[in-house]
Design a protein around this ligand. Structure first.
Ligand code: NAP
Length: 254
């Protein structure tokens, strides 16, 4: 698919991976990008300014993706601004740090909070944008995680939510065919505020240094590496229901 003159929605598009994807889309010729956020308004506005400086018609739109009514309102606003949407990037995500062995610490509240944003949020966006995506012959990319394959990461529910996102990707690929392709990118560790929020600056640097010993490419991914994979998948016209791991090859070693 040609990205030139397309319009896109990037959830959680103001920061980290979402911001990198939005910028990559603009550089690939996207004509309009809606930058979704839940609370990081300043970051979203900053990303919008960067997108506009690249000649892309961009605006920030607030919506908690876990809230179906707010996602529907977001879709109305985006469609009234752009007329149609070609690309949906389900990047918004959250986690809570709960040691895996602490089963009682994984409360129902934490479970629902993480699942509602990471899984239901992606479904809400697919539901609200599906009619336009079908009309335009568009594409969806879901940002999952290596935690969807491995029993590691910040908490059990985070891994379960990212595994669910992989299955949601396969099911939506069938549900929205033949008009819309749906794929996923599963990053390993990516240097964003996500990691420094979980581990602190020094803690993340130490963790990343240790991890690089097991990463064949001997580098820590940046958000731009995930964006490369998103752009790649968007251009693959016969690929749907697929997931691409972006982790410098770590998962092929053990
Ligand atoms: N960094 C990593 O190592 C890594 C690895 C694998 C996968 N991922 C995935 O990559 C995605 C982006 O993460 P990141 O590393 O770029 O961290 P990030 O900068 O913290 O991005 C998370 C984004 O999700 C948004 N968000 C969270 N809850 C939301 C909600 N209820 N509604 C709408 N937006 C919401 C945040 O916006 P607000 O601040 O406005 O809420 C933020 O823009 C996430 O899905 C994460 O699971 C990250």
């Amino acid at each position: 698919m040609e990205l030139d003159k397309t319009t896109a929605v990037v959830t959680g598009g103001g920061t980290g991976i979402g911001r990198a994807v939005a910028l990559a889309l603009a550089r690939a010729g996207a004509a309009g990008i809606a930058v979704n956020y839940a609370s990081s308004r300043a970051d979203a506005e900053e990303t919008v300014a960067e997108l506009r400086s690249l000649g892309c018609d961009a605006f920030a739109v607030r919506a908690d993706v876990a809230d179906a009514a707010r996602v529907r309102s977001m879709a109305e606003r985006v469609l009234s601004a752009f007329g149609e949407v070609h690309l949906l990037i389900n990047n918004a995500g959250t986690t809570r740090r709960v040691p895996h062995a602490d089963l009682d610490g994984l409360t129902d509240e934490i479970w629902h909070e993480v699942m509602d944003v990471n899984v239901l949020g992606a479904l809400h966006c697919a539901q609200s944008f599906a009619p336009s995506l079908r009309e335009t012959g568009g594409a969806v990319v879901n940002i999952s995680s290596i935690s969807g394959y491995r029993a590691g990461g910040s908490s059990i529910v985070y891994g379960v939510s990212k595994a669910a996102m992989l299955q949601l990707t396969r099911n939506l690929a069938v549900a929205l065919a033949p008009e819309v392709r749906v794929n996923a990118v599963a990053p390993g560790t990516v240097a964003t505020r996500w990691q420094t929020g979980l581990h602190g600056e020094a803690g993340f640097e130490a963790m990343a240094r240790k991890e690089r010993e097991r990463v064949p490419l001997d580098r820590t991914s940046g958000p731009e590496h995930v964006a490369q994979a998103v752009i790649g998948l968007l251009g693959m016209d016969m690929v749907t229901g697929e997931a691409l791991i972006v982790d410098g090859g770590k998962h092929v070693t053990y």
